[in-house]
Design a protein around this ligand. Structure first.
Ligand code: 6GU
Length: 248
């Protein structure tokens, strides 16, 4: 997978060189390319923002530096990837609290893509005409990571890139851990324990020491249900509907 990150703070993405995502890059499972948006602004101050047309608070990102940066990204693609009729278009993810909610399902879907481009904005957002323009060459996906406001899209990009890339085959050492974690099956994960069996007067649930794998599996499933009902009634309601649909 190729990922391009365009931002006025490309250093923000240095964290993606750490740990498993860094290793995935060194193993060529993933290639990350950072771009400084200001390199595509050609006025004296390399400015990328201007006042909002129609008035109002804050500043709006100008469309032209974004268009030049995205054209640069398109031109950099290896020849084999450049759109022949069947080749999939790059997906352009624009982080915004006004976007579609990014979930584990979104991450699973995007993990199969060849080429993702992230365009995190600062200020009040990007001139809307840029988004119309970009649809000629990209599959446009405005995305929010939750119902709260960040100062800019960069932190959201780090979240999305981590959630997506860990699903690329080979990035996580033990793929079984992906199947068992929270949200994989629409429920929260069961509680986990390690040695010693008694720690500061607290015991591991006895069943986990029983060696009875069928009962352990049932206990864990029940813990998932109990937790999800209590902590995330919204997820539980969806789960119940999905189970009913499976039965009919
Ligand atoms: Cl994707 N961007 C910004 N700026 N704020 C957000 C967000 C994204 N998702 C939730 N809040």
């Amino acid at each position: 997978m190729r990922i391009d990150l365009v931002s006025i703070f490309p250093e923000f993405f240095d964290v993606l060189d750490l740990s498993l995502i860094g290793k995935a890059q060194r193993e060529s499972l993933l290639s990350l390319h950072r771009h400084q948006l200001r390199d595509f602004s050609f006025d004296k101050h390399r400015s990328v923002d201007d006042t909002p047309t129609g008035g109002g608070a804050g500043m709006v990102m100008k469309p032209e530096p974004w268009a030049l940066a995205l054209e640069h990204v398109l031109a950099q693609r290896p020849a084999a990837e450049i759109a022949t009729a069947e080749a999939p278009r790059p997906i352009l993810i624009v982080p915004t609290p006004a976007g579609e909610l990014f979930t584990q399902r979104t991450a699973e879907d995007l993990a199969t893509a060849e080429h993702l481009v992230f365009a995190p904005a600062r200020f009040e957002g990007i001139d809307h005409r840029l988004l119309d323009w970009a649809q000629e060459d990209f599959d446009l996906r405005p995305m929010s990571i939750g119902d709260y406001v960040l100062n800019g899209g960069e932190a959201a990009v780090v979240v999305m890139v981590e959630a997506i890339t860990r699903l690329i085959p080979g990035v996580i050492g033990n793929p079984e851990s992906l199947a068992e974690e929270s949200h994989a099956d629409g429920l929260l994960e069961y509680p986990v324990y390690t040695k010693p069996a008694r720690w500061r007067g607290r015991d591991v649930p006895e069943i986990l020491l029983s060696g009875d794998h069928a009962r352990i599996r049932d206990w864990r499933a029940e813990q998932q249900d109990v937790r999800t009902r209590r902590i995330r009634p919204d997820l539980w309601a969806k789960h119940v509907v999905a189970q009913e649909q499976k039965l009919t």
